[in-house]
Write a protein that binds this ligand. Structure first.
Ligand code: TYD
Length: 153
């Protein structure tokens, strides 16, 4: 089973869309293995978005990510990283396909509702950044037989 990091950004928290977005992952059959509300700061954002620190939009991105608390989630499932990225949609929400989270809930390339890890390797690094081991829970394995074929998990 893979695990991936999802962040419900301030655009989700402030617009009252947390339930809608969480519900999509639940309905898909993904397990919410960890979830908490935290306030991001300069330091953790410089680390999390290290590939973007030199971009002109980085200060604006940082401000937008600190406008309110965010919800960080560990989402588990077979091929969870690519499944969640697919559900998230293109970075620029105006170009994101209808049916994706960004495509359905946002008009922005920055206030784009969710972060989702982009590779299995980054998912592990990002989960370690935001969660302690004991904040990620093993539960729900009894349900796998209703979510997957026997040879899928
Ligand atoms: P990135 O890692 O490229 O995309 P994604 O979130 O889809 O993995 O960018 C991280 C965030 O940076 C993105 O969600 C929103 C913000 N961003 C901008 O504000 N302007 C931009 O031009 C880009 C590329 C990203």
């Amino acid at each position: 089973m893979e695990q991936t990091l999802v962040i419900l950004k301030p655009s989700t928290v402030m617009r009252g869309l947390m339930g809608e977005v969480i519900s999509r992952f639940e309905k898909k059959g993904l397990i919410i293995a960890g979830m908490k509300m935290i306030q991001l700061n300069d330091e953790i954002l410089a680390e999390h978005y290290s590939h973007l620190v030199s971009k002109p939009f980085f200060p604006m991105l940082k401000r937008s990510m600190m406008e309110s608390p965010v919800v960080v989630m560990c989402v588990r499932g077979v091929e969870a990283v690519s499944v969640v990225r697919g559900m998230t949609g293109a970075t620029n929400s105006r170009k994101a396909e209808p049916g994706t989270i960004r495509g359905d809930f946002s008009m922005s390339g920055q206030q784009n509702i969710v972060h989702a890890s982009d590779s299995v390797e980054n998912a592990e690094i990002e989960l370690n950044r935001f969660f302690k081991k004991e904040e990620i829970f093993e539960y729900g394995a009894d349900n796998y037989k209703y979510l997957y074929a026997e040879d899928e998990f």
